[in-house]
Ligand binder design. Sequence first.
Ligand SMILES: [Zn+2]
Length: 269
Amino acid sequence: MPNSTVCLSFDFDALSVWLAYDRVTPAMLNRGEYGARVGVPRILELLGRHGLKATFFVPGHTVESFPAETDSILAAGHEIAHHSYAHIDPSGQVADEERADMERAWAVLERLGVQPRGFRSPSADLSPITLELVEELGFLYDSSLMTDDYRPFRPRIGDKVSRESSLVRGREARFWELPMCFELDDWVHFQFNFDPYRKGGAPPSHVLEIWRAEFDFMDEHVDGGVLTVCMHPQVIGRGHRIAMLETFVEHCAGSGARFASLGEVAAAL
Ligand SMILES: [Zn+2]
C-alpha cells in the first residue's frame, strides 16, 4: 500500500532525564552528556548522508546546557519541538508547576528563534491538565499517546472514568496526536540502568526485527500510515545501534516510504 511516512524523532534529553531521577550521580550525568557529545553529531551525520529531515524534542535544560549542539540541529534544518524544561514527569506535578515548566521551556525555545509546533511529554505520561495546556499554548500536535498506532487523530480532553463509572468521553482537542509507542522507543529496549532498574541491553537485531515488522505491517495494511519512531541520542548514538538505525532507514526507503518531520506531517493534515 502506498503513501507510508516514517517520522524519525529524537528526544535530546542529555542531563535532564538523569536529573529527573531521584538518584543523581556524576557518572549518570555523564551518560546523558554522551548524547550531546557523540549521539547528536552521529545522528546528524546519518540524517545528512540520507537527506532526511527529523524532529528533535529538546528540553529547555538541554538547550541551555548544550547550545552548540542544539544550534547544529537547527543549522541542519531539523525541527525542534517542546519537551518540557526540566524533564519532570507531569503526572507527578501540581498544575502550577507543570504550567510554569511548560512556559519556561517555551520561552527558551523562543529565544532560540523556534516557535515550537509539537510537544512530547518527558515521561510518556500526562497529568489531568497536560492536554489542556498543550491546546492552550497553541501546539499543532502532541506525540505522547498510544491510543492509535499508524493514524494521526484528535485526542480527547476531559474524559471522565473511574473504577466505578464507565467512560464518559470528553471533547476533541484542536491539535493532532501523532502517536508513539514503547515498542518503537529505543530507551525501552536498549538503556540499562541501576536505579530505577531498566533491563536494557537488547541486541540491535532484536529491535530491528520489531521496527521493520511494524513498518512492513503498516505499509501493507494502512493507506497513508505514519510510523513515529522515538529515539534518544544518548541511546541510539552507540555504534551498534546507529548502524541498526541506518539499516532500518534503508529498509523503509527501499519500500518507497517518505521521511518527514512530525511538524510537516501535522501541518499537512
Ligand atoms: Zn525525554
